[in-house]
Design a protein around this ligand. Structure first.
Ligand SMILES: Cc1cc2nc3c(=O)[nH]c(=O)nc-3n(C[C@H](O)[C@H](O)[C@H](O)COP(=O)(O)OP(=O)(O)OC[C@H]3O[C@@H](n4cnc5c(N)ncnc54)[C@H](O)[C@@H]3O)c2cc1C
Length: 399
């Protein structure tokens, strides 16, 4: 009888328990394998140090660019156009080694590139996407504000006023990943004239746009989040995303990127599980490896069940995305499920490491902390639950 190892899943056979990678073609599996080699060799050994110092390892950008994974699923100019399934599996792979780097790529390649790909004109897509896919330009996505997060669709207060061939932006943004070093930030602002939310590509060093790095985070410390202050920022009409006419356009971007977060969450749980399994085989108590204790195996199996169930849901939703059938409620259900199961799994991983579970050197502690941010961003559990609840009942329970 052949095993999953026999058919080529030798890279991480035990955590891809049901062999989901076999759904990919040869070329996509080879890409995943290169991502795995890069993250294991270049990211894992250094990431705890950067996490402690809350700094971003800029030297990794060149290697990430060479992998060709920025905007992997998008079909815009210069984009790889490789489909949602492999894009999701790459996000899981990044999350499995480090959720901060997965988030950095999710913001740049998912949110920022996605906004331009979905909402930009042909000329705008030509202008920015090829350089972003090569990671010569790094993007950020500015939607959330200090006073409004979950209620952003109705409450977004950053304003945009037309002035001849330009727009004038005023307002505040909070939590914006990559913002402090990004070459361009997609800013979502409300048009004073028609009250609709529109998207603007604001380039680095534009007068009136300043940043304050958010300090002392207890999660995703490598991700450089910033508050953005917009004071009479003048942006040409040529930088207004021409197809973004209302918040519906923003939601179209978020539907796709929310799937990316569901995949990151599965990756975060998977990484913690793998560290936990290795540890329990090596650690001995009462003269035996702790992996031989029934209560420890119970937690290991529950972790694997969570990882496998989340992956299965994500696989199906990504297949729907590739078929053009993904709906908001599909992505929301996957995000809710994967993040709740991730939070359980990283807790169990920490538990089986005992005291060592809170030491960064064993990695699991970082996954526990990072899971808290993944749990809340791109729509909290409550908000995504309400999206699914509305879809299945026909009743909106938002207010
Ligand atoms: C690390 C990190 C990175 C981020 N990166 C970005 C980024 O790059 N760009 C960006 O634009 N944003 C970013 N965000 C913002 C993120 O999307 C928001 O944090 C998220 O949408 C939640 O908003 P909030 O934090 O303001 O919480 P709030 O909206 O204040 O919610 C607080 C609590 O109230 C609950 N709640 C709110 N409304 C309801 C309701 N109707 N019913 C029941 N419960 C409700 C929420 O579920 C939550 O539990 C990031 C956040 C984090 C933590």
């Amino acid at each position: 009888m052949s095993t999953l190892d026999d058919v080529g899943l030798t890279d991480s056979p035990f955590s891809d328990f049901l062999g989901f990678e076999l759904l990919l073609d040869e070329e996509d599996r080879e890409l995943l394998s290169r991502v795995r080699a890069f993250t294991t060799r270049e990211i894992e050994p250094i990431i705890n140090d950067y996490w402690t110092r809350a700094e971003f390892p800029h030297q990794l950008v060149e290697g990430l660019a060479e992998l060709g994974i920025a905007g992997l699923a998008y079909d815009g100019p210069g984009c790889p156009n490789r489909g949602a399934l492999v894009d999701g599996m790459v996000a899981m792979e990044l999350g499995r080694i480090d959720p901060s780097i997965a988030t950095f790529m999710g913001v740049h390649g998912g949110l920022a590139m996605g906004s331009i790909n979905l909402c930009g004109s042909d000329e705008q897509r030509e202008r920015w996407l090829p350089a972003m896919a090569r990671m010569e330009l790094i993007g950020a996505f500015g939607l959330t504000e200090p006073d409004v997060g979950s209620a952003i669709s109705a409450g977004l207060a950053t304003s945009a006023r037309r002035d001849g061939d330009d727009w004038i932006l005023n307002g505040e943004k909070k939590w914006i990943g990559n913002a402090a070093f990004a070459d361009l930030v997609v800013i979502w602002a409300r048009d004073e004239a028609d009250g609709q939310v529109k998207g603007f590509v604001v380039e680095k060093d534009t007068n009136g746009m300043t940043f304050d790095k958010q300090e002392d985070k207890i999660a995703l410390r490598v991700v450089q989040n910033a508050e953005i202050h917009l004071h009479d920022v003048r942006v040409p009409e040529a930088n207004r995303l021409q197809k973004a006419e209302s918040f519906r356009s923003t939601a179209d971007v978020l539907r796709v990127t929310r799937m990316g977060v569901a995949w990151q969450a599965a990756g975060c749980a998977r990484g913690a599980f793998e560290h936990a399994l290795r540890y329990t085989k090596a650690r001995e108590q009462f003269g035996r490896p702790i992996a031989s204790f029934q209560l420890v195996q119970d937690l290991l199996v529950k972790m694997l069940g969570n990882v496998t169930a989340s992956t299965a849901m994500n696989v199906r939703a990504s297949q729907l995305q590739d078929a053009g059938l993904l709906r908001d409620e599909h992505a929301s259900l996957c995000k809710v499920h994967a993040t709740v199961r991730m939070r359980e799994a990283v807790g169990w991983a920490r538990e089986v490491l005992g005291g060592n579970g809170i030491l960064l050197e064993h990695h699991v502690g970082r996954f526990v902390a990072d899971a808290e941010a993944i749990y809340s961003y791109e729509g909290t559990r409550e908000i995504n639950t309400l999206i699914v609840g509305r879809a299945i009942t026909g009743e909106s329970a938002f207010v």
